[in-house]
Design a protein around this ligand. Structure first.
Ligand code: AQP
Length: 333
């Protein structure tokens, strides 16, 4: 599985903080799948990050396996990519501590995700939530990554990763490769169907705002039929039409159609026809994923075999960078 060809390295991760959403899929995971042929791909289930928000242990354990199977069902091939579980590879926690000491308080204070999540979980603004970007920087930098396929919400964290890497390299020489974000043209920021000013999130309490990869077809259709639009009754992409813009973005991302083609397709038709078309397109996109998931989740031994093999390779690769980092800092290794 470890590829020695000189392909560029791709790294990305996803949190098992709930059922994977259409936003996660269109913003990130779809690119993870398509990049497998051309790049050396390393993907992780970022379960260390997940406990920055309190998890119920039994549910968390189920979410980890469900998310692992869901991502594989999207098309991650264990023969082509390394797909491991972050908490199984100790180098991540270790480098996070070191990078914490090269990341400024002021930089972390400016992160919008920290501000958003602190507001959402005001009773648990823990240090892990604050230093989350140092762990994310470590995840990426451990693998000498070239490209990081993510949704638009992660742009700020990638920029911080590059700043920390440049700072470290400035002190000690070329230790880290400076990565770049890889953000899709379509679907980089899928919004909630109920509140199109907020992004669609796994942990959204309003279930109707969020389409999950494993939702049955009738549930997906119901969510799209209930999606918030406006009183304009015209399918066009324009300022102030956040709900319709979001539905058009989703439809465009799934069908490959431009906003202009979508406007022409629905000229003279109402929102009812449009919402049904978006629902049908999404149902067909997700159908094979749900079917593959149903098969995979029954085969726990196969899943365990996949992640154990990947954990081992990830540890081997990441240990090289960690050893270099520790030596540069001055530790006896
Ligand atoms: N709404 C979205 N549109 C496009 N891309 C998105 N991503 C997340 N939401 C959207 C991308 O999905 C990848 C994995 O995200 P994550 O699990 O690391 O964390 P997140 O960004 O905090 O995702 P959620 O779904 O919003 O989780 P919770 O509810 O736990 O906070 C990333 O590449 C992200 O950009």
């Amino acid at each position: 599985m470890e590829n020695t060809e000189k392909k560029q390295v791709v790294f990305s991760a996803i949190q098992p903080s709930g059922t994977i959403t259409l936003g996660n899929y269109l913003g990130a995971v779809r690119n993870w799948v398509s990049m497998q042929e051309e790049y050396n791909c390393i993907y992780a289930l970022a379960d260390l990050h997940t406990i920055t928000v309190r998890q119920e242990p039994a549910q968390f354990r189920r979410n980890i396996l469900d998310a692992y199977a869901s991502i594989m069902a999207c098309g991650i091939d264990p023969e082509k990519s390394i797909f491991f579980i972050q908490s199984h590879v100790h180098t991540h926690a270790e480098i996070a501590w070191i990078l914490n000491c090269y990341t400024q308080f002021g930089e972390l204070s400016r992160m919008t995700q920290f501000k958003d999540k602190s507001a959402k979980h005001a009773d648990n603004i823990n240090a892990g939530l604050f230093t989350y970007p140092s762990l994310m920087a470590g995840d990426i930098l451990l693998y000498q990554t070239d490209k990081v396929p993510v949704g638009a919400d992660q742009k700020q964290h990638i920029e911080l990763t590059c700043d920390v890497a440049r700072r470290f390299n400035g002190l000690y020489g070329e230790v880290f490769k400076i990565p770049e974000g890889f953000i899709p043209q379509n679907g980089a920021r899928v919004m909630s169907l109920q509140n199109p000013l907020n992004k669609m999130s796994k942990s959204d309490e309003n279930v109707n705002g969020c389409v999950h990869l494993l939702d049955p077809p009738e549930v997906i259709m119901k969510k799209f039929r209930r999606a918030v639009t406006d009183s304009d009754a015209c399918v066009r992409f324009a300022e102030g039409k956040d709900g319709v813009n979001n539905l058009m973005t989703i439809y465009g991302a799934v069908t490959g159609k431009t906003m202009e083609q979508i406007e022409n397709e629905f000229a003279g038709k109402g929102y009812g026809d449009f919402k049904t078309a978006v629902g049908e397109a999404v149902i067909e996109e997700l159908r094979p994923i749900r079917e593959r998931y149903e098969r995979l989740i029954k085969d726990k031994a196969y899943l365990a075999d996949c992640y154990h093999k990947a954990d081992e390779i990830a540890l081997k690769i990441s240990s090289r960078t960690l050893a270099k980092v520790k030596k540069k800092v001055g530790y006896i290794v």
